[in-house]
Write a protein that binds this ligand. Structure first.
Ligand code: FE
Length: 208
C-alpha cells in the first residue's frame, strides 16, 4: 500500500500546527504504512514456506497476526482522521447543519439534538486513550459511537467510520500541551463537514 497525501495545506489549519502534522502524517502515519507492507510480506513468505505453527501462547504467526490488525487499523484510522480535516476558513463560516444536513439530522435523531450529539462525541474523546469514532452500524442500521484505546481495540466489526478523532498525545501535545479539550475544539473548527456528509450518505446505504 501507498501512503495517502494530506488533502489540505498542512500550514493552514487553525491550532493544529504544521510541525504536528509533519510528525503525525509524514512520520507516524507513514510508519504504519511501512509496517503494514512489511507484515504483509512476512505473512506471505511464512505462508509460502509452510514453516508456521499456530500456537496461541507464542508463535511467529501469532505475533504477525496481532501486529497486522494494529498496523492496518493504524493506517485506516489515520486516513479517516486526516481526511476529515480542512482549514477552518474553507467552511465559509457556515453552520454544521447547512454543511451536513443529513448527518446533522441523524445526530439529532440519535442523541436528541445536534449539539448533544457533538457534545457526547467530544466527551467520549476525552474518555478515550486512542480513538473516538462515530460510525454507521451496517447491522443495526444506525449511527453508533465507539472508543478505542489502541488501533485494534474497541472497534465493532460491521461499522463504517464517519467521524474519527485521534486523541493520542502525539496528535496535540506540541500545540496544546495536556489541554486535550482545546485540541478537540480545534478539531471541530477544522472539521470538513461537507466531505463527511458525503461519506455518511454513502455509508448509510449499506445494510447488512
Ligand atoms: Fe495518530
Amino acid at each position: 500500500m501507498e501512503p495517502k497525501p494530506l488533502s489540505f495545506d498542512q500550514t493552514k489549519l487553525s491550532g493544529i500546527s504544521d510541525k504536528t502534522l509533519a510528525i503525525h502524517h509524514d512520520k507516524l502515519y507513514q510508519g504504519y504504512v511501512n509496517k503494514t507492507n512489511e507484515i504483509d510480506q512476512k505473512l506471505t513468505e511464512l505462508r509460502k514456506s509452510g514453516q508456521y505453527e499456530g500456537n496461541a501462547t507464542y508463535s511467529e504467526l501469532r505475533a504477525l497476526k496481532d501486529a497486522e490488525t494494529f498496523a492496518r487499523n493504524g493506517v485506516y484510522l489515520h486516513e479517516w482522521y486526516f481526511d476529515g480535516l480542512r482549514p477552518s476558513v474553507d467552511s465559509g463560516q457556515l453552520s454544521v447543519d447547512s454543511q451536513a444536513p443529513e448527518l446533522s439530522k441523524a445526530l439529532a435523531e440519535k442523541w436528541g439534538t445536534l449539539e448533544n450529539g457533538l457534545k457526547y462525541f467530544s466527551a467520549c474523546a476525552m474518555a478515550a486513550r486512542g480513538w473516538s469514532v462515530l460510525c454507521w452500524d451496517t447491522k443495526a442500521g444506525t449511527l453508533m459511537h465507539y472508543n478505542g484505546d489502541a488501533h485494534n481495540q474497541g472497534g465493532v466489526w460491521g461499522c463504517l467510520p464517519i467521524i474519527v478523532l485521534d486523541v493520542y498525545e502525539h496528535a496535540y501535545f506540541i500545540d496544546f500541551g495536556s489541554d486535550r479539550k482545546a485540541y478537540i475544539e480545534a478539531f471541530w473548527k477544522n472539521f470538513n463537514w461537507t466531505k463527511t456528509e458525503e461519506l455518511y450518505l454513502k455509508a448509510k446505504q449499506v445494510k447488512l
